[in-house]
Design a protein around this ligand. Structure first.
Ligand SMILES: NC(=O)c1ccc[n+]([C@@H]2O[C@H](COP(=O)([O-])OP(=O)(O)OC[C@H]3O[C@@H](n4cnc5c(N)ncnc54)[C@H](O)[C@@H]3O)[C@@H](O)[C@H]2O)c1
Length: 309
């Protein structure tokens, strides 16, 4: 369906959550413009997650249809697993399959951790993490059965690197990286590829956070080509793609070579004393699975252990 110089989603069915505005809308338009049939999901609430209406999603559907594309609106909250299952059924009833899932829906409840209520922490985790889990679980069996799937988790620099006042959001966004790491492994045999996208864009979410001239450079349309690449037939898997203002970068969770301490002295004191060596990035690697930590540590302790299959 695609070659190295043209990405064509004809015959593919995509679900984009939180696509009534901002990045999700732009992703939906980009996928539809390349031939995908798109379920445009949006709860249609406020930035803090309150309220709801399907009209935001419907407006994007109307836009796609006006441009000659195919789309249907869905107003489910990604936090409601039954409603999400019904959304997937809606896609399958209309078009027979789901090839692409873009987990994009999100809210903010920013406050310093000292002032943050537990309810605001839980809600943000529920929308970002459990919302992506619900949607992914709802398509997982059918993607396995059809031996094809492309899934994107929307992470954030807040999770990857931290951001003052966003402990809830950072935790949820980094949790999505962990979810991606394991699902990419579990999906590999059935040609299900799972990636993360960390966007920067001027949207409802970032209004007032950045100065107006910087926001003008951060149109969501600059991010969507990265999303398109991550859900294309030739997509990578287990990638963390950063995208914004026309730039693209990648992030990695790495492991340093570190040191082996034989335990004959005060090991804790040696860990402190040798922290520079432990954190030295010379020779660091991106492990292919978590098991590589066991393997490295046992090999430094004198045991050679093959990677399990
Ligand atoms: N804008 C940025 O710079 C930036 C940076 C990093 C990550 N992100 C992430 O990108 C994604 C899109 O954000 P955006 O900037 O376009 O913000 P946005 O507020 O414009 O879009 C988020 C959309 O999600 C919808 N939504 C919220 N809760 C929902 C729910 N429970 N079910 C279904 N839909 C729901 C909202 O109605 C809204 O339309 C989010 O996951 C966000 O965390 C954005």
């Amino acid at each position: 369906m695609s070659s190295s110089n043209s990405i064509d989603f004809s015959g593919r069915v995509a679900i984009v959550t939180g696509a009534g505005g901002g990045l999700g809308r732009q992703h939906a338009l980009a996928l539809a413009a390349r031939g995908a049939k798109v379920v445009v999901n949006d709860l249609g609430g406020a930035r803090d997650g309150s309220g709801g209406s399907v009209s935001a999603a419907q407006a994007v559907v109307d836009e796609i249809k006006a441009a000659g594309g195919e789309a249907i609106a869905n107003g489910a909250s990604v936090t409601d697993f039954e409603a999400v299952q019904a959304m997937v059924k809606q896609a399958v009833d209309a078009w027979g399959r789901v090839d692409i899932l873009v987990n994009n829906a999100g809210i903010l409840r920013d406050k310093s951790f000292a002032k943050m209520e537990i309810a605001d922490f839980k809600l943000v985790v529920d929308v970002h993490l459990m919302g992506a889990v619900n949607c992914t679980k709802a398509v997982w069996a059918l993607m396995n059965a059809q031996k094809y799937g492309r899934i994107v988790m929307t992470t954030s620099s807040s999770g990857l690197y931290g951001n003052f006042g966003q402990a809830n959001y950072s935790a949820a966004k980094m949790a999505l990286v962990g979810l991606m790491q394991t699902l990419a492994l579990e999906g590999m045999r059935q040609n299900i590829r799972v990636n993360c996208l960390a966007p920067t864009a001027a949207t409802a979410m970032t209004a007032g956070v950045l100065p107006p001239d910087a926001l003008a450079r951060l149109q969501p349309a600059y991010v969507s080509p990265g999303l398109v690449a991550l859900v294309s037939e030739d997509a990578p898997t287990r990638a963390i793609l950063l995208a914004g203002a026309g730039s693209f970068e990648s992030a990695h969770v790495t492991m340093t070579q570190g040191v082996f301490i034989d335990g004959s002295g005060d090991t804790a004191a040696q860990v402190c004393a040798r922290m520079n060596e432990i954190t030295d990035r010379q020779g660091e690697r991106v492990p292919s699975t978590g098991f590589e930590q066991y393997q490295l540590e046992l090999s430094k302790a004198g045991f050679e252990v093959p990677l399990p299959h």
